[in-house]
Unconditional design. Structure first.
Length: 258
């Protein structure tokens, strides 16, 4: 196995590929590779500076780290949507192609069987497969949804270079078996997607509805139902009835409410 080399990682995946028949899948693959070549050419990335892996319904590109990530992102945000729109408007529903994309960076090694190895690549693949990215594409009228890794955002996107405005990227967190993965979604976060326990998005829920206020816990003490507040001091004789309002539980600063 070769030593790991720092690369820019580009992943593109076709939505609902497995629902098509063999003829349609073959057509979509040709479209995907042609579109990828055009986008990379528009970014000024020659074939000698990238390496491709075929994954059937998706394409993986390892790009020389010295190539401009800004130019790559600019091409993905302009050339890819334009190409998809031009092709899809003339295609039947079964031949229409919609894509999810991920741009990440990290160290990847290539073994003797042309297999790609690296935790940074694994993380990029998990971003590509994340429900939030799938839902984002599903909810959009256009045909492309892009996510970038936290490293790419902090190193490139946040500086708002021409054609890559930082303000249209939204922070997301993707749960994985290796822990939470921070990332950035281009465009609005989908209204309905699993909110991981390990993270949150930076945007409010769709519709502007604030989350419901948590209900105060209820405690049962020998037949007395106590709702809300905090108990403080020494309390005696709670055997029945309902307590509410300014009730205190625990250390109430020395004040005894009985």
């Amino acid at each position: 196995m070769n030593d790991p080399v720092n690369s820019t990682i580009l992943l593109l995946d076709i939505e609902k590929y497995s629902e098509r028949d063999d003829v349609e899948q073959a057509y979509l693959r040709r479209m995907l590779y042609d579109l990828t070549d055009r986008a990379l050419l528009a970014a000024g990335i020659e074939e000698t500076r990238r390496r491709r892996a075929d994954r059937g319904d998706s394409v993986m590109e390892l790009i020389d780290a010295n190539c401009s990530v800004i130019s790559l992102l600019r091409a993905l945000l302009t050339e890819v949507p334009a190409q998809l729109h031009s092709r899809n408007r003339r295609a039947s529903a079964s031949a229409r192609m919609r894509l999810r994309g991920v741009v990440a960076s990290g160290y990847v090694a290539v073994d003797g069987l042309d297999g790609w190895v690296g935790s940074d690549l694994n993380h990029a693949c998990r971003l590509l497969d994340a429900e939030v990215l799938r839902n984002a594409l599903r909810e959009r009228a256009d045909d492309f949804a892009l996510c970038v890794s936290d490293q790419v955002y902090r190193g490139v996107v946040r500086h708002s270079h021409t054609g890559v405005p930082a303000e249209v990227f939204r922070s997301i967190t993707v749960d994985s078996k290796n822990g939470p993965l921070p990332a950035w979604l281009h465009g609005p976060v989908p209204a309905e997607h699993p909110r991981p326990a390990s993270g949150r998005t930076d945007t409010a829920p769709a519709g502007g509805n604030a989350p419901a206020a948590p209900q105060a816990p209820a405690f049962d003490f020998g037949g007395a139902t106590v709702t809300g507040g905090v108990f403080g001091g020494t309390n005696h004789g709670i055997g029945g009835g309902t307590f509410s309002g300014d009730v205190r539980l625990g250390d109430g600063g020395g004040e005894d409410r009985r």
